[in-house]
Design a protein around this ligand. Structure first.
Ligand code: ADP
Length: 430
């Protein structure tokens, strides 16, 4: 960013997210609600400059770390955010409350309360736009209870209890309470009164019911004086308005301003989710495409060098696609032969090498499909900070890196976006 982009906005909201695309999703919600936002990758250190933005989201990869590691990384992140001036802290986790009975949501939230000297917070993963709602403390995914949704079979964090009061209670020492639907529907003042009653009873955390965005806005308003708010990206909807009402937010320009980044464009796809498969099928009909075949990589074939030789002469013409995406039966075949983790790592390493080589060849605009794939590409590119721009599709903003030279990046988790997403993203990054 140049000095002319400087709006002088002080950091108001400091956020810690337990995974990379979750952080981007939260940043997108904040920007959509008028709070300029910068996303930092990993725990910032003393050298990291405090961005000129109303919110800073620190993206960790701590969801499935051992509890102690997740807590210490998260504490280091809020320590930096408080020094940067953040007046309120937000702990972001998945809208399906992805965690195990041992943690990490409860322990990280408790550690934050202690560090802040605070005695009460909420836990509200609801995200109605994506079908995640909470009623009587029970989390629903669409019409199904969380425990009867596909999350029941998640390989790392199987969610077998939809009762969040009970489930969070297993992760924390202090009792967990509930602010139920009737109170939430009655509005911000009633919700704030309920917080006070629970606090007086010694409750440190409360699950809060929410079925609509209006509920989330009322909950957000009721949280104005809390030092810490925890939840999914949905409950962040209402937080920028608190700063606006308090006269702390300078609405001097659009919150989603990012500079234009000219230069060659590439789409990298390592997601095998259905939405991505449709996007790859659409783009390969119209643009040059290079396929990454994991079984070939496993033989030692240097597909990184081959992809770069293929890509370099094409960069100035039109966007190109480099894809490992494959349908479930092909992925299973690869995983049976190589192992699930090994197959993933092999492909991610290849993409990291390709990304480095393409950056050296002058690529400046990147569309990346896949959460893990995005993580490996962004770290290969050495990106440490992203300014969040306009939304391309629900949950996916256009971003621009704050390093030199600036890179435009659209980072998409697997199932986001319609079949034309890659072209929409390229159009949004002119
Ligand atoms: P999503 O957001 O859809 O889950 P990710 O990038 O997070 O996408 O995860 C996809 C994983 O699958 C990555 O580890 C990637 O390297 C791996 N992968 C990509 N293509 C293949 C393939 N053809 N066979 C096996 N694994 C693959």
């Amino acid at each position: 960013m140049t000095d002319s982009d400087n709006t002088g906005q002080q950091v108001l909201l400091g956020c810690v997210a337990d995974d990379f695309t979750g952080a981007t999703d939260l940043a997108n919600t904040l920007v959509q609600n008028g709070l300029s936002t910068v996303q930092l990758l990993g725990v910032p250190d003393a050298e990291t400059a405090v961005p000129d933005a109303g919110a800073v989201v620190v993206a960790l990869k701590s969801r499935t770390n051992p509890v102690r590691e997740a807590v210490s990384q998260s504490l280091a992140a809020i320590d930096w955010l408080r020094r940067a001036g953040a007046e309120q802290l937000f702990f972001k986790y998945c809208s399906t409350f992805d965690s195990t009975e041992d943690g990490n949501i409860g322990p990280v939230a408790e550690a934050f309360l202690e560090a802040l000297g605070a005695d009460f917070t909420i836990a509200c993963p609801a995200f109605p736009t994506n079908g995640r709602t909470i009623y009587q403390g029970h989390l629903f995914v669409g019409a199904a209870l969380l425990s009867e949704s596909s999350m029941r079979d998640h390989p790392l964090t199987p969610m077998t209890d939809a009762n969040l009061v009970r489930f969070l209670g297993q992760q924390t020492k202090a009792p967990v309470g509930l602010v139920g639907f009737e109170t939430v529907a009655a509005g911000a003042e009633e919700i704030r009164d309920a917080f006070e009653r629970l606090r007086a009873e010694g409750t440190r955390m409360a699950i809060v019911d929410a079925v609509t965005d209006d509920h989330l806005r009322a909950i957000g308003a009721a949280c104005a004086d809390l030092a810490l708010v925890t939840g999914g990206s949905g409950v962040a909807l209402g937080l920028p308005d608190n700063f606006r009402r308090a006269g702390r937010l300078q609405d001097t320009g659009p919150a989603d301003f990012v500079p234009q980044v000219p230069g060659p464009a590439v789409v990298i796809s390592g997601s095998c989710s259905p939405a991505t498969l449709a996007q790859v099928a659409t783009m390969r009909e119209q643009c040059p495409t290079f396929g990454i075949e994991p079984l070939e990589l496993a033989t030692g074939r240097d597909l990184v060098a081959e992809a770069l030789d293929w890509a370099r002469p094409r960069l100035d013409d039109q966007p190109i696609l480099i894809s490992a995406s494959a349908p479930p039966e092909k992925v299973r075949e690869v995983q049976d032969k190589l192992g699930v983790m090994a197959a993933g790592e092999l492909v991610e390493r290849a993409f990291a090498g390709i990304a480095k080589g393409l950056a050296e060849a002058g690529v400046r605009r990147w569309v990346v499909a896949g959460g893990e794939t995005s993580g490996s590409v962004v770290s290969a590119l050495g990106v440490r900070a992203l300014r969040i721009g306009p939304e391309i599709a629900p949950g996916v903003p256009c971003t621009v890196s704050m390093d030199e030279p600036p890179l435009a990046l659209a980072l998409k988790s697997g199932n986001f976006g319609g079949p034309e997403f890659f072209f929409e993203a390229l159009d949004a990054m002119p």
